[in-house]
Write a protein that binds this ligand. Structure first.
Ligand SMILES: Cc1cc2nc3c(=O)[nH]c(=O)nc-3n(C[C@H](O)[C@H](O)[C@H](O)COP(=O)(O)OP(=O)(O)OC[C@H]3O[C@@H](n4cnc5c(N)ncnc54)[C@H](O)[C@@H]3O)c2cc1C
Length: 377
């Protein structure tokens, strides 16, 4: 039976980065995914992911984001086409609302460059937005977007070049630990390892039932605007608007780069319908476009053309919306990275670095206490 220092269960966004960082440090690593690598069955498909530094969700994420941005820029040097597009970002919401105000607080606390705009200045500089007078905005030059498939492929390429054994279409069926390490039973073979890293995204629902995770079915839409010019890369940064129910309508500049459909891509960051990754309907349903079309018509009416495509992607939500990156509470040899709650991609490379730290040295210099399981006890 083949032995590795570390086995990574799930080579999506986080697993791919873990494999690369481990292999580059000389660790013998096996990465296994049940599907193709990359795939669009979990959380990491469909063309683009927003990157913000001024993080309203929790200011402790910001140091991790600064490191992540450095690593994404390094990744650009490893890929023929860019992984990270430095488009800048525009965050809009009612004055006094959490999104804009907490983003500004995070920016000030961590020395992130930003500019605050009133409603008239937003409408003047970004004429696509028809927002009410009590709205304000922040422009963040350091923001941008990531091509998720390319980020995964580039990490896998780097991992393999450094000696990682990364296999697609191999399912981890079960794992057990003993005093020595971990034994893994897969759809093809059995393996042993000193450490197991579980990065299985929405399937954590099945493999880690005690974590109280909720998987949700999120809708992504592509529309064909009448006048694409003000919505293209160069004219428009990544953008997000806080809605009345505190969910975010967000989207990306139109670009000919990247995987997936053509058009103006947008979605709503919200709680959405709960589902199971095994049985969820990944095809569009009649009501799906009501997720974003009414808000688009109201806030960016010039962009509200015919819907050209709808895709489905899954969030793996924790009860507080923050990630879980920690040792397994009952198994010293097992490290968990899950519950990325719909905002994890921008952390991909730094999470890979942290998982390599934890697997190889049992500790990390990154401050991740706020992502630990002890917060739920
Ligand atoms: C619609 C949508 C929009 C998003 N927008 C953003 C954004 O703009 N910015 C941002 O930062 N984040 C965003 N996110 C969140 C981000 O994409 C996720 O947090 C991130 O992709 C999670 O990665 P993961 O590695 O945990 O999961 P995944 O990438 O899903 O990887 C899990 C992998 O594990 C494999 N697997 C599962 N079980 C097994 C098994 N038993 N054996 C072998 N393999 C297994 C799966 O096949 C899968 O490939 C968005 C997510 C969605 C769905």
């Amino acid at each position: 039976m083949k032995h590795f220092e570390t086995i990574v269960m799930g080579v999506g966004c986080m697993g791919a980065a873990a494999c690369a960082h481990l292999a580059q440090r000389g660790c013998s690593v096996l990465g296994l995914d049940q599907f193709d690598i990359p795939n669009d069955q979990g959380s990491s498909g469909h063309q683009s992911r927003a990157f913000r530094l001024a993080y309203y969700e929790h200011a402790d994420y910001v140091p991790l984001l600064k490191r992540s941005r450095e690593l994404f820029l390094e990744l650009n040097g490893e890929s023929k086409e860019p992984v990270f597009h430095a488009s800048g970002g525009l965050y809009i919401g009612p004055e006094g609302g959490e999104f804009v105000e907490a983003s500004q607080t995070a920016a000030e606390r961590h020395g992130i460059e930003y500019e605050r705009l009133d409603a008239a200045s937003i409408r003047n500089r970004f004429p696509s937005f028809e927002i009410p007078d009590h709205f304000v905005g922040l422009v963040e030059p350091g923001a941008g977007w990531i091509v998720p498939e390319r980020a995964i492929e580039t990490h896998v390429k780097m991992g393999r070049r450094a000696g990682a054994d990364i296999r697609s279409n191999v399912t981890v069926q079960s794992w057990t630990t003993d005093g020595q390490g971990v034994r893994i039973n897969t759809s093809t073979d059995e393996f042993t390892a000193d450490r197991l890293i579980i990065t299985c995204g929405p399937w954590a629902l099945r493999h880690l039932p005690d974590l109280q995770l909720r998987v949700s079915r999120q809708v992504l839409g592509w529309v064909e605007p009448q006048d694409p010019e003000p919505l293209t890369c160069g004219s428009l940064p990544i953008w997000a608007i806080e809605l009345e129910d505190q969910s975010l309508l967000y989207g990306f500049p139109m670009a000919s780069d990247g995987h997936g459909p053509a058009g103006f891509k947008l979605a709503r960051h919200w709680a959405a319908q709960s589902c199971d990754p095994e049985s969820v309907n990944r095809s569009p349903e009649p009501d799906d476009e009501s997720d974003f079309i009414p808000y688009l018509k109201q806030l960016l009416p010039g962009a509200a053309g015919p819907v050209r495509d709808i895709r489905i992607c899954l969030y793996t939500n924790t009860t507080d919306g923050h990630f879980i990156v920690d040792k397994h509470p009952d198994h010293e040899q097992v490290i968990l990275a899950t519950g990325f709650s719909g905002h994890g991609f921008k952390f991909q490379p730094v999470i890979g670095e942290i998982l390599a730290d934890l697997s190889m040295t049992d500790q990390t210099s990154h401050s991740i206490e706020f992502l630990g399981l002890s917060r739920f006890r």
